[in-house]
Ligand binder design. Structure first.
Ligand code: NAD
Length: 253
């Protein structure tokens, strides 16, 4: 039984994970931490992180970048492996993540879904064959109308996977409206669609002479991120200090 502390337990993802873990015989949330609490959880909730000294195997964080510095210090001090899912960290915070990973196990990923992380691995193999054979690579992502940033962090991470497989020789294009020229060989086009309540769709297109291969991932609910985070917490429990990725969780399966 993996004992988990849920940081940001009263937020959207914190509640998704509370629901998932309640149905999971191999995991238990032993405490929650959140700045706001209405006492509706089945586990004790601390509004002041320092007061939470409950014994646990791992901490899952879906909260706010404003909380990240104190959280990293807390986990390092308690030697508590941490699954860091909060996005929007500053350069300084990313450096602090690396420093903290010298003292305790840290897994950070902008997209916790096992599907997207598996897709990234598959894309690298595909790019090495297809891009080398002259196929053009394009990404189309679709999200709900409320999303503020474009393209999505996940689309950029997919592009980075493709580019890394091709020795980082490619550049990214987000808008072709201002130019009148054919696409560059070493270009990855990234297009963003916004509308309705689409949770998240990512399509990676390899377009070659007379044939096209498409990889598509669709998230139907935020539960996919929650499931990945719980898998990551189980993986991280008992691991020595170091920096871990979702790809490590997938490889261990
Ligand atoms: N990595 C992924 O796959 C993934 C997926 C979904 C969301 N996210 C990220 O996770 C974060 C949370 O997402 P959400 O949808 O649950 O947001 P949310 O706003 O619904 O929940 C955040 C929770 O954190 C709490 N919180 C804020 N500041 C805090 C602090 N200083 N200490 C403790 N608790 C604090 C809030 O009270 C709230 O309950 C965001 O950064 C989001 O981008 C990542």
């Amino acid at each position: 039984m993996v004992k988990i502390i849920m940081h940001g337990c009263n937020g959207h993802m914190g509640q998704v994970i509370s629901g998932l873990v309640a149905q999971d015989p191999d995991a238990e949330i032993v405490a929650g931490i959140d700045v706001a609490d209405q006492g509706k959880n089945s586990y004790p909730v601390y509004t002041n992180m320092k007061e939470c000294q409950v014994e646990a195997d791992a901490l899952i964080d879906f909260s706010s970048a404003k909380a990240t510095d104190a959280l990293l210090d807390y986990c390092a001090e308690r030697k508590l492996p941490v699954v860091l899912c909060t996005t929007g960290l500053s350069e300084e915070q990313l450096a602090k993540v690396e420093e903290t990973a010298k003292k305790v196990a840290v897994l950070k990923s902008a997209n916790m879904s096992l599907g997207i992380n598996t897709l990234m691995k598959l894309l690298q193999d595909a790019a090495k064959v297809l891009a080398t054979a002259g196929f053009d690579m394009e990404i189309v992502e679709k999200h709900h109308r409320l999303k503020l940033d474009a393209p999505s962090g996940t689309a950029l991470a997919l592009a980075d996977s493709l580019n890394e497989a091709m020795d980082n020789q490619y550049h990214y294009t987000y808008d072709r409206s201002q130019r009148r020229q054919m696409r560059d060989d070493k270009e990855i086009g990234i297009s963003a669609v916004r509308g309705g309540t689409i949770v998240g769709e990512h399509e990676v297109i390899f377009a070659g002479p007379d044939e096209v291969i498409e990889f598509k991932h669709t998230a139907y609910s935020k539960a996919v991120f929650g499931k990945g985070a719980v898998e990551a917490a189980k993986f991280l429990a008992g691991k020595p200090a170091g920096r871990y990725e979702m790809s490590d969780v997938i490889s261990a399966k």
